[in-house]
Design a protein around this ligand. Structure first.
Ligand code: PAF
Length: 288
């Protein structure tokens, strides 16, 4: 396994593979890897086969964090990430620094960003202004450096995957986007690097997201007719209320393709849920 930190070296290597008709599978991450990331790596390997190359990027992208968000304390353990990647048969870990990814930014000379204007407006886009501008920009840059044939993203960040799919389609990136199912802990909590923040009894309280999604799914499945989104929102609020450290940020019901809000919720509607557990903002998603 190779670790590459320079953008020029990464792109050179990717061009060489392309010249040799070697397929590349790519998993972009912000590190502090967990089983969810490793499932994406395995999927990438299956997609490109034993002759292909699998690249994992590890880069905590500053442009997708708001000024009051957790950029400074985002969990990192590069040594452990490298050994997990090695054990999974990853070919290259691409771990650039900020000066490589955003040259001149510290001196005010970086000025190109990418904005998706529809799918990124609601939900995370509304709650975290500028977030998807940062995500789209860094993912486009990473695609230009790694030149992947296929890139694998997790369904936990459902809206992110939709924004990236749209960006790839609108801007003709020659890459296939695969969205892999969310990997969960045995108690149903979606795996996330930010789960590290859940110390003491906060970890157990995080199960409220999974409980809420299951409660909504059951209500929709039991009803012969579509259920009003307002009623389901009330059900989510009721489920969260007894959990002392939990505070609802938002719950949305929407079409999984267009992300348009749905007012009469039936099977096949997508649900997104964001809850603060203590100071930690947790996101989860489910198809109803
Ligand atoms: O999902 C993430 O970890 C990040 O948003 C991504 C796609 C690696 C871009 O920084």
């Amino acid at each position: 396994m190779r670790t590459v930190t320079s953008v020029v070296s990464m792109q050179r290597l990717a061009l060489k593979w392309r010249g040799e008709k070697i397929r590349t599978g790519f998993v972009p991450t912000m590190g502090f890897l967990h089983e969810g990331h490793l499932a994406l790596v395995r999927r990438a390997r299956r997609l490109v086969g034993p002759r292909g190359r699998v690249v994992v990027s590890i880069y905590v992208n500053p442009t997708q964090f708001g000024p009051k968000e957790d950029l400074g304390r985002y969990p990192r353990d590069f040594k452990r990430d490298l050994s997990l990647c090695r054990a999974e048969g990853v070919d290259v870990v691409f771990a650039p620094g900020d000066a490589e990814m955003y040259p001149g930014k510290a001196e005010g000379r970086y000025s190109t960003y990418l904005i998706e204007e529809q799918l990124s407006r609601g939900m995370e886009g509304a709650a975290r202004p500028g977030h998807f501008r940062g995500v789209a920009t860094v993912v486009a840059k990473l695609f230009n450096l790694v030149l992947p044939d296929v890139a694998v993203f997790g369904a936990k960040d459902f809206q992110q995957a939709a924004v990236i799919r749209r960006m790839v389609c609108d801007l003709n990136f020659p890459v296939k986007i695969i969205v892999a199912p969310t990997v969960r802990e045995p108690d149903g909590v979606a795996m996330s690097s930010r789960n590290k923040y859940l110390v003491g009894d906060l970890r157990a309280q995080a199960t409220v997201l999974g409980h809420s999604i299951r409660a909504v799914r059951a209500a929709v499945a039991q009803s012969a007719k579509p259920v009003a989104a307002a009623r389901l929102r009330a059900l989510v609020r009721e489920t969260i209320k007894p959990v002392p450290a939990a505070k609802l940020d938002y719950v949305e019901f929407f079409d999984p393709i267009t992300l348009a809000p749905v007012v009469a919720v039936a099977r096949g509607t997508q649900m997104a849920l964001v809850v603060f557990v203590g100071e930690t903002r947790l996101i989860d998603n489910g198809l109803l």
